[in-house]
Design a protein around this ligand. Structure first.
Ligand code: SF4
Length: 335
């Protein structure tokens, strides 16, 4: 072990664990560059940081796609774009199915139910569907409602806030410098603008992205710094699951050690945020991934199926939390 390699974790222990100050971009890069032999030390520190600044609870969230596929944007990782030869067809679900999904989600112990639509931004039809869906869920299910409907106008932000939407998800996806290699139909700055409006309207901000889209380690550290500047309440971290027919369909899956290093580095850059495992982790991390990740900085999971690919069954995630003695965050603690 060299002095330089030991230093970044020692520095992080003092700065992040003891004082609660997240790593800078340069420090995050140093963590991402650690050799694999340091992975266990890194995961241990990330776990301690998470326990110290977030506590042992794990937030469980369910997710439902109100409108799937047929999106006019060209995010190169996404099988819901209508511009690629991807197999996901455009489809809507009806309000009774939405309410049923919310009920099932609540039964798992989840506190958050996120309504997602594959769109550039909502139109009048989608906004009225969301309003009707939220009202129907409210009448029958006690759960916080989040939405992910793409880029918003100020008027739409105000409407969603008035509907009582608790949290809004809009991912920056990757660093500002890498974004033009991933999306060409809109800009990183447009996404940032929506996030600022959401925050100012008083909704919680959920913003993350996808790792393993050809970004350099420098750009991965840049992304962590971008997020630290935004200070989101929650950061969903995805790993690229290369989908056939998308421009990124032939990229390699990120090696498990690199993915775990990234999770821990993001925890050290964002000590207080809810850091959530989202899509792609099964293929990247395999069966051990959930356990290592939850002991390496993660404190939230999505239960059940993801939007377009099968996730692990809810029970296996919940059993794991039980085995690890990680309590599920209760609804009244997050109100
Ligand atoms: S990520 Fe969202 S905006 Fe981009 S193509 Fe997919 S559904 Fe559309």
């Amino acid at each position: 072990m060299t002095g330089v390699l030991a230093d970044i974790l020692d520095t992080a222990r003092d700065q992040v664990l003891e004082r609660g100050e997240g790593l800078t971009q340069e420090q995050t890069l140093a963590v991402l560059q650690l050799p694999d032999e340091r992975l266990d030390d890194l995961l241990q520190l990330a776990h301690e940081v998470r326990m110290r600044w977030c506590g042992p609870e794990v937030e469980v969230e369910g997710i439902i796609s109100l409108k799937t596929g047929g999106c006019p944007e060209d995010c190169h990782f996404c099988s819901q774009s209508g511009l690629f030869e991807s197999p996901v067809r455009s489809a809507w679900i009806d309000i009774p199915s939405l309410v049923e999904a919310a009920k099932q989600t609540q039964k798992t112990g989840a506190t958050e139910f996120c309504i997602v639509a594959a769109v550039r931004g909502p139109d009048k039809r989608l906004m009225s569907q969301v309003a009707a869906g939220i009202e129907a869920i409210r009448n029958e299910v006690d759960i916080q409602i989040a939405c992910s409907l793409g880029m918003l106008t100020q008027e739409q932000v105000d409407e969603l806030a008035a509907m009582g939407v608790h949290r809004y998800n809009h991912n920056l996806e990757t660093s500002r410098s890498h974004f033009p290699n991933v999306v060409t139909t809109h800009t990183w700055e447009e996404r940032w603008g929506t996030l600022k409006m959401v925050r100012e309207a008083g909704m919680e901000v959920c913003c993350g992205g996808i790792l393993g889209m050809g970004e350099s380690l420098e750009q991965r550290a840049e992304f962590a710094a971008d997020l630290a500047e935004l200070e989101p309440d929650e950061v969903p971290l995805n790993f690229l699951n290369p989908r056939p027919g998308t421009p990124f369909g032939d990229l390699d899956v990120m090696p498990a050690t690199e993915a775990l290093k990234a999770v821990a580095a993001f925890r050290l850059a964002l000590p207080r945020t809810i850091l959530r495992f989202a899509g792609g982790r099964e293929i990247t991390l395999g069966d051990l991934g959930a356990e290592k990740g939850i002991l390496g900085g993660i404190n939230a999971v999505i239960v059940g199926n993801y939007l377009t690919t099968l996730g692990r069954p809810a029970e296996s995630d919940l059993d794991l939390l039980d085995q690890l003695k990680m309590p599920i965050k209760a609804l009244n603690e997050s109100l």
